[in-house]
Design a protein around this ligand. Sequence first.
Ligand SMILES: NC(=O)c1ccc[n+]([C@@H]2O[C@H](COP(=O)([O-])OP(=O)(O)OC[C@H]3O[C@@H](n4cnc5c(N)ncnc54)[C@H](O)[C@@H]3O)[C@@H](O)[C@H]2O)c1
Ligand SMILES: O=C(O)[C@H](O)COP(=O)(O)O
Length: 524
Amino acid sequence: MFQILVSDSMSSEGLKPLLESPLVNVVQKKVDEAANELHIFDALLVRSATKVTNELMKKMPNLKIIGRAGVGVDNIDINAATKNGVVVINSPDGNTISTAEHTFAMMSALMRYIPQAYVTVKSNEWNRGAFVGTELYGKTLGIIGFGRIGTELAKRAQAFGMDVIVYDPFLTEERAHEIGVRNHTLDELLTAADIITVHTPLTKDTKGLLGKYNIGKTKKGVYLINCARGGIIDEDALVHYLENGHVKGAALDVFVVEPPVNNKLLKFSNLIATPHLGASTKEAQLNVAAQVSEQVLRFLEGKPVASSINLPTLSKEVFQKIQPFYQLAKKMGNLSSQFMKIPVKEISIQYEGSVAELETSFITKSVLAGFLEPRVDTTVNEVNAGLITKERGITFSEKISSNTSGYENCLAVKVTGNKHVFEIKGTYIPNYGERIIGINDFNIDFYPAGHLLYIHHCDKPGVIGRVGQILGNHEVNIATMQVGRKEKGGEAIMMLAVDHSLDEKVLHDLKACDDISAVKTFDL
Ligand SMILES: NC(=O)c1ccc[n+]([C@@H]2O[C@H](COP(=O)([O-])OP(=O)(O)OC[C@H]3O[C@@H](n4cnc5c(N)ncnc54)[C@H](O)[C@@H]3O)[C@@H](O)[C@H]2O)c1
Ligand SMILES: O=C(O)[C@H](O)COP(=O)(O)O
C-alpha cells in the first residue's frame, strides 16, 4: 500500500479519489508533526505553505511524487526533485476563475472604499461623506499579462462596461481579437489606464515591472492591483507613489514576504489587502485537490500523468541517446524566444541527418519548453510543453529533411510571428559539444552557453575594434568571439561569450555606435 502525506489544508471532497482508493493510505499532518515517519511516504501533497526543500526530500527516501494543489510551485525545489527522481505535478487551471473573481472583488472594493467603510460602521460610525467612490463603468482597465487569469478577468470587466486594454508581449493578435481586447505596448497601457492589474508570472523580466520609472508614466490618480505574485509591483515604489498621492489606491493579495510583517505599505489607508486569498474558495480548492489526487493516483498505478512539470517519460536508454539534442534543442528554443520578444504564431522544427532517426517528438517538446520558459509562470518541460504551446495559440510542426547542411546532424528551428521570422540552426558534435551554426541567413559557429552578446552590424573595418574597445572600457572580458556575414561589406553578425552579465550602460554604448543596428544579450 502506498503512503501519502497531505501536509497543507485541502478539500476532503477533492481528496476523495485518494481517500477511497484501496491502494493508498492518506495521512493528513503537517511535515513537522510527521517528522518521525517521513521516510515511509511515497507521495506528498502540498499547497503553498509547505516548503519542499532538498533537505525535506532527503528525509523522504521513498518519495516518488509531489502534488501541488495550485499553480505556483515556487515553494518546491524543482531541481532538487528532478535530481532526486521525484515527479512534481500541479493543477494549472483549477483556481483560475477564483483568482479572477478575487481580483475583480478587490477592484470593486478598492474603488468603493468597502473595507474602510466596513471598519467605520462596525465602530458605530455613519460617515457617508467620507467614502464617495468611483464607478467601474466606462473606466479603462489595463491588464498586464494576458494568460488564464488575465483573460477571465477581462471577460468580467467587459460585462461591467469597462474598456479593457492589455499588455502581453507573447499574446497573438488572433487571441486578443477572440476575447475582444486590444494588445498595446507597455507605455501605451501605462498612460491610458485608470486601473492597472498585473497577472504575469514573477520572472526576471516582471520583477519590479511596475517600479518607480513605469508607475511614473501612469495617470495621476491611477489604481494598482496585484493578485499575482509579490514583487511584480515594486513595494518601495508603491510606497513612494502612495505617499505623494500619484497612486490613488492599491489592492494587494500578495507580498514579497508573506506574511508582510512590518511592511511599510500596510500603514496606507488607501491600500487594501488580503492574505493571499486568490485561490481560497471551496470550488478552487475542490478543483485543485481533485486534479492532483487523480493524477497522483494515476502515477502510483503506473499510468502516465498529464501535468508533470519536471520529469520526461522516456526509458533511460532512449533518453541517453537523445540527451545531447534535448539540451541543444532547449537552448535553441530559449534563444528563439529571446530573439523574438513578440507574439508568435508558429514554430517549426526540421531534423536533418542522424538526429532524424531519434525520438524527434521529444526533442520538439524540448524546443517548445525552451521557447516557453521565459514566457510562462508554470515550469514547462517535455511533458507539458505541447499543451501549453497550443493553449497560447501557437501551432508547431516537425519535418524530416534529407539535406544535412553539411553536418552529420542538424536541427533547424523556425519561429514565425506576424511580420517577422527567426531561424536558428544547431548541431551536436560528439566530444566537441553543442554548436549553433546559423542565425537567420548568417553562418556562424558558437557554443550556446554562459553570457552571450549578439551584435548585428555593418561589415566594415573598425567595427569589431570598437566593440572590443567599449567592452574593455567597461572591464568586460571577451572569452570567445565569432563573426558571420552574408557578403563582403554587407550585413554581419557577431556572437561573443563574455565573463559576466552585461548591464544597461554597456548595451547603451554599443547601441550608440553608427554601424551597429541591434544588440542583444542572453544568459544560458
Ligand atoms: N493570488 C493567488 O492566490 C493566485 C492564484 C493563482 C495564480 N496566481 C498567480 O497569478 C499569475 C497569473 O497566473 P495565470 O494562471 O494566469 O498564468 P499564465 O501563465 O496563464 O499567464 C501569465 C501571462 O503572463 C504573460 N507574461 C509573461 N511575461 C510577461 C511580461 N514580461 N510582460 C507581460 N506579460 C507577460 C504570459 O505571456 C502569460 O500570458 C501567476 O503569477 C500566478 O502564480 C495567484
Ligand atoms: O499559485 C497558486 O496556485 C496560488 O498562489 C494559490 O496558492 P495557495 O494554494 O497557497 O492558496
